[in-house]
Design a protein. Structure first.
Length: 428
């Protein structure tokens, strides 16, 4: 045997051995079970909830503004004071309005005097006309027709002057009333009973009517804190699940160790459109669609204040001892439905139409160490578990994690229970 032939045989044996090793490695990897977290399909108490954030507001809140322009002379309350309806709050400088009242009273007096004089002239002209008509009736030869016409004309003019003076008196009364109303508006009183939650001005500043600017016109805000609301914004995908009377747990940031209960008392029928962060950065017309929801707190703290941040957990549905699966276990796969799948009694396949592969929600059921995808029908979603209505039975083992393992898992893959993660040693 030549040297070259021997060398070729040796090389061939080495290549064959290497190929066998690679093939054996591939087979071992293929048959190696994937480590997953296994869980049992079991009955659990489920609570479906919607979480939304917002702020605390009083059920009744009134902004106090001025109806006239003037300098604030006196403020009789401080921020945080409790006030009663009708209590004096603010005095605006009344000098110019007192002058307007005085002028109005003088104008009214002058017009009333002119009205008295006009009424006297009218009555005198009436008597003169009546005498002229009587003479014309009894002795027409003693009075000229022109004299009768002049008496009639004088009476008509006197009536017109009187009516004009009467109208001027009414106008003067209206002007005087307006001046007195403006004078009365220099003293502001509490429109409701409650707490002064905001005092926006100080003595010496100028109060202006709200027609100029709402923020500029605001003097103070009074809130009736007997009924407290948590006003939150709920996304359009969740608002359809809400109904009046739903139970709510409210967390207020200012009271981190206390949870408050309440009920949904109002769900808005129109949405509030707000620009999203991504839309603001890119300039796109990307808006979040939220609905305002009001929650009435059952027992708010006595020192609560409006505008505090809060988070509401609105319970939309509950299930007692419902068959359930972990939320993480539910996945989507292409699935070819067999004719009698999920159908009792194994119906005649000839009566069923052919099924094509389509995406379906389901879980990986584990039997004899092999994971098989099975479609399921789910109901409400709790915090960690889905209610399952159809597809699995109580006690069956399913793949419940991890997320990465479920995402990569294929139908027919061998699986095994992953070891429990080691607990970190606690510091002594």
């Amino acid at each position: 045997m030549s040297r070259a032939l021997k060398l070729g045989i040796v090389i061939g044996l080495i290549v064959a051995g290497a190929g066998g090793i690679v093939a054996a490695t591939v087979v071992r990897k293929k048959n190696k079970a994937v480590e997953v977290r296994l869980e049992q399909v079991a009955k659990r108490d489920l609570v479906a909830a919607v979480t939304a954030s917002g702020k605390i507001e009083a059920d009744k809140q009134v902004d106090v503004t001025a109806d006239i322009t003037g300098r604030i002379q006196r403020i009789a309350v401080k921020e945080g004071d409790i006030v009663k309806k009708g209590q004096f709050l603010i005095q605006i400088d009344p000098v110019q309005f007192e002058g307007a009242v005085s002028r109005g009273e003088a104008v009214l007096a002058a017009n009333q005097a002119a009205q008295v004089q006009a009424r006297t002239n009218r009555d005198q002209a009436k008597r003169a006309l009546e005498r002229a008509l009587e003479i014309k009736r009894t002795a027409p030869e003693l009075i000229a027709p022109e004299a009768v016409e002049q008496a009639q004309q004088a009476y008509d003019v006197a009536v017109s002057v009187y009516e004009s003076n009467r109208a001027q008196v009414e106008q003067a009364k209206a002007s005087l009333k307006e001046a007195r109303d403006n004078l009365a508006r220099t003293r502001l009183f509490a429109p409701i009973s409650g707490r002064v939650v905001r005092l926006a001005v100080e003595e010496g500043e100028v109060a202006v009517p709200q027609t100029f600017s709402k923020e500029t016109a605001l003097l103070m805000t009074i809130a009736d804190l007997s009924t407290i609301l948590a006003k939150v914004k709920v996304d359009e995908t969740d608002v359809v699940r809400l109904k009046l009377g739903d139970s709510v747990d409210v967390k207020i940031d200012a009271y981190p160790d206390t949870a408050f209960t309440g009920r949904v008392t109002k769900v808005s029928h129109s949405a509030t459109l707000t620009q999203t962060t991504a839309g603001a950065q890119t300039g796109a017309n990307d808006r979040a669609v939220d609905f305002d929801v009001e929650v009435t707190l059952a027992a708010p703290p006595p020192d609560i204040r409006p505008d505090l941040s809060c988070t509401a957990r609105i319970v939309t549905d509950t299930r007692d001892q419902a068959l359930s699966i972990p939320i993480i276990a539910l996945t989507v796969r292409e699935h070819e439905k067999v004719p009698n799948e999920n159908l009792p009694g194994g119906l005649d396949t000839s009566r069923l139409a052919k099924f094509r592969k389509r995406e379906a929600e389901g879980v990986f059921v584990v039997r004899d160490g092999v994971a098989s995808f099975r479609p399921v029908k789910v109901g409400i979603a709790g915090d960690e578990y889905f209610e399952v209505l159809d597809g699995v039975r109580e006690g069956e083992t399913i793949v419940g994690g991890t997320y990465q393992a479920i995402r990569d898992l294929k139908d027919g893959t061998k699986v095994k229970q992953a070891p429990e993660p080691k607990k970190e040693a606690q510091n002594s």
